[in-house]
Design a protein around this ligand. Sequence first.
Ligand code: PLI
Length: 460
Amino acid sequence: MSHRSWAEPWKIKVVEPIRMTSREERIAAIEEAGYNSFLLKSDDVYIDLLTDSGTSAMSDFQWAGMMIGDEAYAGSKSFYNLVNAVHDVYGYEELVPTHQGRGAEHILSQILIKDGDYVPGNMYFTTTRFHQEHAGGKFVDVIIDEAHDTASLHPFKGNIDLDKLQSLIDEVGAEKIPYISVETNVNMAGGQPLSMANLKATYELCHQHGILVMLDATRAVENAWFIKQREAGYEDKSIAAIMREICSYSDGATVSSKKDNLVNIGGFLALRDPELAKQARALLVAFEGLHTYGGMSGRDMEALARGIREMVGTDDHVRARVGQVEYLGDKLIKGGVPIIRPVGGHGVFLDAKAIMPHLPHDQFPAQALTAAIYVESGVRGMERGIVSAGRNKATGDHNYPKLELVRLTVPRRVYTQAHMDVTAESVIDVVENAEAVGGLRFTYEPESLRFFQARFEPVS
Ligand code: PLI
């Protein structure tokens, strides 16, 4: 058979105009934003690759669900539709709905972590680690070393290093480790998956020691796609079946529904243990909302229930989603841009350290490169490096992460191949002249999660 390209399994029914700006306008906008892409106005952005979070295009079926969302304060029909969707797709019995992912992380951390506990995980995520530390825990990175190596082509860079995990257990004792936080398709590592074999082995080791396994299943569908592509024995399984198997090796999950689940707001904590769920619901009613809405409206829950079924309804959905990210990644590789490889599931991560060797780490190379790309073309990315890593609580110094990255994150079902072409061309132009990009220094540094609201100015 002759070669056939894949194409998106949808067509476009509604469009949203976007505006191209002049270089002068963009220079003024980035100065006003303190060189922080989070502080740009979206009206000044041409192609918005800040995040894949809450930026998906919903389907006509989801929009139709918005119209029939049940807004009852208690016992909403849409809540029960959501319970059934989570049960059918993820396999969890107990659902605790939250306004978004960090709401679920807050509640999970509060019910399980005691002062002085340790919480291992496969690389940190910003809000996840914040809530673990806020609850008195200490995050310990147990991801394999290859995850920190931008050049490594390991197919499962999100894997847990079982020796590191065993060493932690030996050192502090299992009773000090309430759970391990296992992220699917590890965001900060570049959207890199873990293998089913590794997850299963992690689950078995943890259960020998009475340690719970809690997934961050925010991008589990993308992880399932990579398992199907790369792990022997899964090539003929459906994404839906792989999803259920992933979740079978866990005691619960936090999910930001703003990613895989194809909605603009929402999230949940899912659990197997009804006793733990009871404790979670006690906090839920204080911090999020009643246990049958948890911060979402009825229409949000209806669209979410439909999005959850849609994300696994056909394998073509995730093939096109990850395929578009790979398309952008391949263009950049061909253009000589150093990026994290293999290309991840939700975005392309530029290696700012390799692109800008002339800048010291504490002049924030990835922050500066993000701003330069915006000025060049109006493409908005995000820093994922030293600014995101924050400061060490004990010493007050920056955390110096090995990875200093610019993330170009692709929203689901939003942009076309032509948008990816324009993005690649403009990034290649900036990278070819990267020595002209100068460093930055703080003019305002928030105490926690500083990357969101920090402001900078050029060093010279
Ligand atoms: O933004 P939230 O509160 O719905 O979810 C927090 C969150 C938890 N886990 C993971 C792996 C995330 O990626 C995540 C949020 N990510 C954002 C906002 C992002 O831009 O990647």
